[in-house]
Design a protein around this ligand. Structure first.
Ligand code: A2P
Length: 287
């Protein structure tokens, strides 16, 4: 059995089943966006061998079956693993969402999922209200087959609408977030509502790795650029899910847990904000 990496845990304040206390997500996880279906099994097997205990996937990625195969063959105790998946876009209507969730569970070969997210706030494009999708998520939570529910790519107004209508606060909002797109206003809303922030494309799809300021900070910290960025996410209390298909990089990214940046180094990375996205904008995403 492999040894788990020493990731801090972040306790979810909301969006968990009533009486479910102390539901906590490992802060550093393994992202699988753009991991080909044919490679997902190997990548997740290697991730688990290297000690990752949090795997983030989505029906939209088309790789849940490979992720599920890796989970099934792993000898890591289920209780020691955290698995997140996401409701695919064309499936926001209640019956479609319930069927979509069943497919996810079949592909992942799980009885209980740790976290299920609404992938994009696109219910309206299917002619229904975002709140109705959120009500279906609450229904799924009520079945006991997920430990927590949350959202992804929601803007502040989306969050407030679902909270005002249902009183159930999403456990997390997973958004594109890295030093070039720090989402400070949205993070303030998350803090106000008690929502945990998760960073997708935490390395800016790799585009940030050649930034000269980052290079300097990384060199001073005795870290690689990828490690310095991941350490920045960790220091800001963000759940971070870097993706790599390379075993050596998976190990490198996991070792970010022992990288400590000074306040001054963090401030230099904070100063890189430039409102630059590498992924889709929630208002303009194509489905
Ligand atoms: P690869 O999968 O070929 O290793 P993000 O998580 O922000 O979307 O970034 C993922 C991108 O960054 C992928 O292109 C991935 O490439 C690359 N990447 C991940 N970890 C590292 C690393 N430690 N060093 C260099 N590139 C990395």
């Amino acid at each position: 059995m492999s040894t788990a990496i020493d990731s801090p845990l972040i306790t979810l304040e909301h969006g968990t089943a009533p009486r479910a206390e102390g539901v906590a997500v490992p802060q550093l996880g393994l992202g699988t966006y753009k991991v080909d279906p044919g490679e997902a099994r190997r990548v997740v097997v290697e991730g688990l061998e290297l000690g990752y205990r949090h795997v983030d996937t989505a029906q939209m990625y088309g790789n849940e079956d490979g992720v599920g195969a890796a989970l099934a063959e792993s000898n890591v105790e289920r209780a020691d693993l955290w698995v997140t998946s996401k409701l695919n876009n064309p499936n926001h209507r209640r019956d479609d969402a319930l069927a979509s969730f069943e497919r996810t569970m079949d592909d992942l070969r799980l009885d209980v999922l740790d976290l299920f997210l609404v992938h994009w706030p696109l219910a309206e494009s299917e002619g229904i209200d975002l709140v109705d999708t959120w009500r279906t998520m609450i229904e799924i939570l009520g079945t006991g087959r997920v430990r927590a529910i949350g959202v992804s790519n929601f803007r502040a107004e989306h969050l407030r609408r679902v909270v005002d209508a249902t009183g159930v606060v999403p456990a997390v909002n997973q958004v594109e977030l890295h030093p070039y797109l720090q989402q400070r206003e949205l993070r303030a809303v998350h803090d106000e509502l008690g929502i945990v922030t998760e960073s997708w494309s935490p390395l800016g799809r790799g585009h940030l790795l050649t930034d000269p300021v980052l290079g300097e900070v990384a060199a001073e910290a005795g870290a690689t650029p990828a490690q310095a960025i991941i350490a920045w996410h960790l220091a800001h209390g963000l759940v971070v899910i870097p993706k790599s298909t390379h075993r050596d990089r998976l190990a490198e990214n996991a070792a970010s847990l022992s990288v400590r940046l000074t306040d001054e180094q963090l401030a230099r990375l904070d100063a890189l904000e430039r409102d630059q996205r590498f992924g889709s904008h929630p208002d303009r995403v194509q489905v």
